[in-house]
Write a protein that binds this ligand. Structure first.
Ligand code: BES
Ligand code: ZN
Length: 849
């Protein structure tokens, strides 16, 4: 079925007045849509859902005559059709509507969010319209290519503040005691970018170097936590203005912390909304990693002011142009503002990893994929659009070089400003500035699923590269015959040289270099590399001696483990290889190793004996670096050192080092009984180790701490610990607690997700989700919360689990997670197969090491 609106009627301007009632949880609206009608018609169809429309009237410019219509809703298509008595002639018309709706607690459309002022519960009204929820707030042409100008006004109680995309133009007092706040008109933009908020807020303000006002809004009493965001946002906005070579077109850039928020943040033009954890920083209680997250999220959303808002994807099929791009450039901007963080290293271990993992499934999808209806659109906000999109941009940027890359972006933005664009348009811009066949190189990366593994083989005097699609499961590689030959820009690092080539054939050779070689230097291309045993062995010493760079060491070890997981090599070989990393000192490399070890632990979890051996192995692996790390910060510590400390201490404690656990317990006791604060950078480790080794008493302490805490980052840290207990009784309690009023709706499915990653809890968690399905379905249907709820089930390990999930979702059809469920089943079956194939040999290996 075609869900698109017909294109012979277009809006050019919306004049909207919204009046939320914060006590009755309803809203009233009036709007006039200025339309351009191309051909005579009796009908006008636009989007509307969950709205009651009271009146409709059509007038012609300059004419007093107005037409009335009957109103016909199509619930399935989320449309309303106005059928007029008489033909509407082509030309400019005004469609006037009045309507009302409900302020719900679903965090979509126009919704309510709870906060406290002086101990009293209050509600604010907030919009969240991406992707297709503008139609839940006002009847509209709710597709990204119907750009229009918006004149917004909001009716509010006099002691409340209204925020929208632009600045207030005037406030008009009403006879009924309310104020009507009128905002200046927006640039031409898509419906999903509109924002309206009404509530009580505190605010801090500054100006960018270019004179744009930047403001951060928090709920009352939290403005002391807004300073980091304010300074960071101002710098980033300036950075982009220069980098994109295009001025920010609005007079103000507002950033608003919303206590109930489904996503992390939303790029409404000029009025970006955030969950509190992604914006607020408390000087005493936020960690270095909290700060990093805030900077990245701000950089991500502000990038959208250009990429997404100024130039918008033509249709959701090109969503990656928004999200993949923002996900890449957030690192570029953060690196420019905080170079000391070495954030690009983290790009490789975070986004690049996520993309390689998801896109190695049979049930992945091409970056560009046809999507027709809202549930299909929701589905593609995934790591393919974000992380794979970012990774192939990273590959392209490396290939063309930083300056050409920036020039290409500038050409693209200038050419398509205030309009819509497609993937092809972006390639055209890069071709123009680089003179290289960019479309040809990039085409398959966005139009085909997956990516290649490059097999490296020695032949006499040459080295041959053979490409083949990589699947994380032998189940897929045996049945899927994908003959795609990608164009792969590839850098090859040897002890003395770096060579660049472009692979474009199934087999391709170069002259054999002397000594070792690291293929895909800096992991800049979106591929994996499979060395022969001999070539991998050649890398062992250079890794030990760190002749191979940080990112390359990370790449070597992740490919080694992932290839074994996929059945190409043996896990025991990667375990043997990882022992050459005991001298390692870099954070991102340890993070990768910790992640790989964690996956093994999760696979072996039900095998007690194997786990005992595995713990010994893990402890030995981390012993050296743990010995170097004290609990106390050192003044010379870099960001990476700070982050490394918590990884290492946690791993060492988790593998059972008694003195590490002892110290964690002691620090926790001192905190609980003597109010001695724990450094926020190690607080998470302390909490986790206490929980993993704790019981009822500790659980109750955490529960109370959570309830009394107002900093949401701290709440998340505590919740993370609460989901890490090992005993069945406590896990039951945690599950009940997640459903209780103590936990906001925005956090429920996130905590469920984390519980799935706890091997002691995963079976119980799946049972719980099934038992409470009716609640979850009602609350999260059609939203992103839904995929977070089921995604974690991929941690299960038996064929029976996969079957059970299959049967459950056949009965409880949930289209917006259809692909996620296929991925979950695929992951479970791959894990089951790994256990059958590898468990015995891994066990034996662990016994002997
Ligand atoms: N446009 C998205 C927010 C969004 C996501 C709206 C899904 C509707 C559906 C926003 O730009 C975004 O990507 N936010 C991320 C944070 C970012 C730093 C990755 C998020 O919410 O996780
Ligand atoms: Zn985004």
């Amino acid at each position: 079925m075609n869900y698109r609106l017909s294109s012979h009627i277009r809006p050019t301007q919306y004049t909207i007045m919204l009046h939320p009632d914060l006590e009755a949880f309803t809203f009233y609206g009036e709007e006039t849509i200025r339309l351009l009608v191309d051909t005579s018609t009796k009908k006008i169809t636009l989007h509307a859902a969950e709205l009651e429309i009271h009146s409709v009237k059509l007038t012609e410019k300059g004419s007093k005559k107005s037409l009335n219509a009957t109103i016909v809703f199509d619930k399935e298509r989320e449309e309303v059709t106005f059928v007029f008595e008489q033909e509407i002639t082509p030309g400019e018309k005004d469609l006037m509507l009045t309507f009302n709706g409900i302020l719900k607690d679903t965090m979509r459309g126009f919704y309510r969010s709870a906060y406290e002022v002086d101990g009293k519960q209050m509600y604010m009204a907030v919009t969240q319209l991406e992707s297709t929820d503008a139609r839940r707030v006002f009847p509209s042409f709710d597709e990204p290519s119907y750009k229009a100008i918006f004149n917004v006004s909001v009716k509010v109680p006099p002691d409340h503040i209204a925020i929208s995309n632009t600045i207030e133009e005037e406030i008009v007092k009403q006879p009924d005691g309310y104020n009507i706040v009128k905002f200046s008109k927006t640039p031409k933009m898509s419906t999903y970018l509109l924002a309206v908020l009404v509530g009580k807020f505190d605010m801090v303000e500054t100006k960018t170097a270019e004179g744009i006002a930047v403001r951060v809004f928090t709920t009352p009493g939290k403005k002391h936590q807004a300073d980091f965001a304010l300074q960071t946002a101002a710098k980033i906005l300036s950075f982009y203005t220069t980098y994109f070579g295009y001025e920010y077109p609005l007079p103000v850039m507002d950033l608003i912390a919303v206590p109930d928020f489904d996503a992390g943040a939303m790029e409404n033009w000029g009025a970006v909304t955030f969950r509190e954890t992604a914006l607020l920083i408390d000087a005493q209680n936020s960690s270095a990693s909290n700060k990093q997250r805030v900077a990245l999220v701000i950089a991500h959303e502000l990038a959208h002011m250009w990429f997404g808002n100024l130039v918008t994807m033509e249709w959701w099929t090109h969503l990656w142009l928004n999200e993949g791009f923002a996900c890449y450039i957030e690192y570029l901007a953060t690196n420019a503002i905080f170079p000391q963080w070495k954030i690009w290293d983290q790009f490789i271990v975070a986004e690049h990893n996520d993309a390689l993992t998801l896109d190695s499934l049979k049930n992945t999808h091409p970056i560009e994929i046809e999507v027709r209806n809202p549930s299909e659109i929701v589905e593609i906000f995934d790591q393919v659009s974000y992380a794979k999109g970012a990774s192939i941009i990273h590959m392209l940027a490396t290939y063309v070089g930083a300056d050409t890359f920036r020039n290409g972006l500038q050409v693209y933005l200038k050419k398509h400003a205030y309009q819509n664009a497609t993937t092809e348009d972006l390639w055209v811009a890069f071709e123009e500035v680089s003179g290289k066949p960019i479309a040809k190189i990039m085409h398959l990366w966005t139009s085909k699923s997956g990516y290649p593994v490059i097999h490296v083989e020695e032949k006499d005097n040459t080295v041959e590269f053979v490409q083949e699609r990589f699947f994380s499961s032998p189940l897929a590689s045996k049945t899927e015959k994908d003959m795609t030959i990608w164009q792969v820009p590839l850098q090859i690092q040897t002890a003395t040289t770096k060579e660049n080539i472009l692979l474009s054939k199934k087999n391709q050779s170069i002259k054999k270099p002397l000594g070792w070689m690291k293929v895909n230097a800096q992991e800049s291309s979106f591929v994996r590399v499979a060395y022969t045993k001999e070539l991998l062995n050649l890398l062992e010493n250079p890794v030990k001696e760190k002749h191979v760079g940080t990112i390359d060491r990370l790449g070597i070890i992740r490919d080694a483990f992932d290839l074994a997981y996929a059945g190409d090599t043996k896990t025991t070989e990667s375990l043997a290889f990882v022992t050459s990393f005991t001298q390692e000192t870099e954070y991102v490399v340890w993070l990768e190793i910790a992640g790989q070890m964690q996956r093994l632990a999760s696979l072996l979890a039900s095998d007690k004996e194997a786990m005992t051996e595995f713990h010994k192995f893990g402890k030995a692996l981390f012993a050296k670096i743990a010995g170097k790390k004290t609990w106390k910060k050192k003044s010379e510590d870099s960001q990476a050192d700070i982050l490394l400390r918590s990884i290492v201490l946690y791993q060492f404690g988790m593998y059972g080092d008694a003195s590490t656990i002892q110290t964690a317990k002691k620090l926790f006791d001192l905190f609980i009984h003597r109010q001695e604060a724990i450094d926020p950078d190690i607080r998470g480790v302390v909490y986790l180790l206490v929980a993993e080794n704790g019981a009822e008493k500790e659980f109750e302490i955490f529960k109370k701490l959570y309830k009394n805490q107002s900093l949401h980052q701290e709440k998340d840290r505590i919740a993370r610990a609460m989901t890490s207990f090992h005993t069945p009784e406590i896990i039951e309690k945690v599950l009940e607690w997640i459903l209780s009023e103590d936990v906001r709706i925005q956090d429920k499915t996130r905590y469920i997700y984390v519980l799935f990653t706890n091997p002691y809890a995963r079976v119980k968690t799946w049972k719980f989700v099934k038992t409470h399905w009716e609640y979850f379905f009602k609350q999260f249907k059609g939203s992103h919360g839904m995929s977070r709820l089921v995604e974690g089930a991929g941690e299960l390990t038996t064929k029976k689990d996969a079957k059970d999930i299959d049967i459950f979702f056949k009965k409880n059809v949930t289209p917006e997670v259809a692909r996620t469920i296929e991925q979950v089943k695929e992951n479970i079956l791959t894990r089951a197969l790994w256990l059958r194939r590898e468990r015995a040999s891994v066990r034996k290996f662990l016994k002997n090491h």
